[in-house]
Design a protein around this ligand. Structure first.
Ligand code: E4P
Length: 218
């Protein structure tokens, strides 16, 4: 399973990368705005800075919503670095653009997936990744993990190469359940990844080992 970090914060990306378990980064316009990154040149430079930290897979989202401008913007984003994956929303123009990017060998991440039908369309168009949003479905009393299960099952039926990138992952149990279901990737905040470290028996066990060592060795 791949772990992506869902942030545009360089310090957090560096911390996750230093842990040695990071496979990529996802951003979106809200996350870029949160870091105060505005203006075309700053945005481009920021994506480049992210690419310089990680080994691969940096999702950069287009703002355009019509085919011609999605293509124009996506081509510019893809030029920044080979690690860029162009993130395109699940809309009609987006599906057409994903098909075009796929024929040009440009990787895409189809975002804002909330139903199995949307995921099927994205796979047929040739998306490299689909991003179903678990937490946002849970927020409206709909089982987000069930959607991951449905998509993994459907893709398995037909051998689609599109990878299931579980997004809007809010806590460690989301991540663990995604791993059980067989999602290819999960993207989440740093605290969800570091949260996997924690177990009280690890803490008390280590404390005892160190105390016993100290007693025996003085
Ligand atoms: C990922 O690509 C999405 O942008 C992200 O996971 C959304 O998460 P949120 O619902 O916590 O904002």
């Amino acid at each position: 399973m791949k772990f992506f970090i869902d942030t545009a914060n360089l310090a957090e990306i560096e911390e996750a990368h230093d842990l040695g378990v990071l496979d990529g980064v996802t951003t979106n316009p809200s996350l870029m705005a949160k870091e105060g990154i505005t203006g075309e040149e700053n945005v481009r430079n920021h994506y480049k800075a992210i690419c310089d930290i990680v080994d691969n897979n940096v999702s950069a989202e287009v703002i355009a919503t019509d085919f011609d401008n999605i293509i124009k913007e996506g081509k510019e984003l893809a030029k920044i670095d080979d690690k860029i994956v162009v993130k395109v929303p699940m809309i009609k123009e987006g599906v057409k653009a994903i098909k075009w990017f796929s024929s040009e060998g440009i990787r895409t991440n189809c975002t804002l997936i909330f139903s199995p039908g949307q995921a099927l369309l994205a796979a047929k168009a040739g998306a490299s990744y689909v991003s179903p949003f678990i937490g946002r479905l849970d927020d409206i009393s709909t089982d987000g993990l069930e959607l991951i299960d449905q998509i993994v099952h459907i893709y398995g039926n037909y051998g689609y190469e599109t990878e299931v990138l579980a997004a809007s992952v809010r806590h460690t149990m989301h991540l663990i359940k995604c791993a059980e279901i067989g999602a290819d990737v999960a993207t989440c905040p740093l605290k969800v990844i570091t949260g996997l470290l924690n177990h009280p028996l690890t803490d008390s066990g280590l404390e005892k080992f160190l105390a016993d060592h100290k007693k025996a060795n003085g």
